[in-house]
Unconditional design. Structure first.
Length: 104
């Protein structure tokens, strides 16, 4: 299990626990924190999160990079921006601080 420390859109703190291997979007959607409208195929941007520590954000997938570029006119894209559907939760995410990004 990994425990994620979330800052919600309202600026509140919340923790979400999920087993390793779970797509991060699924864990956040189940907690009511993101929409995940496209079901996890990097085509809606409604699962966008900001990693507080960009060094822990990992590599964006190619499709994810294009989607984030497309969102750039509507929402802030940071170095630590990721689409949470493209991330599988692992032990390295335990204690991770992430912020839910506003929807475009
Ligand atoms: S769920 Fe649609 S981009 Fe992640």
């Amino acid at each position: 299990m990994a425990k994620l420390n979330i800052t919600t859109l309202e600026g509140e703190s919340q923790t979400v626990e999920a087993p390793e291997g779970t797509p991060m979007m699924d864990a956040l959607r189940d907690a009511g924190l993101v929409e995940g409208t496209c079901g996890g195929v990097a085509s809606c941007g409604t699962c966008h999160v900001y990693f507080a520590d960009a060094a822990k954000a990992g590599e964006r997938t190619e499709d994810e990079g294009y989607m984030l570029e497309g969102l750039e006119d509507f929402v802030e894209i940071r170095e630590g921006s990721r689409l949470s559907c493209q991330i599988k939760i692992g032990v390295e995410h335990d204690g991770l601080a992430i912020e839910i990004a506003p929807e475009a």
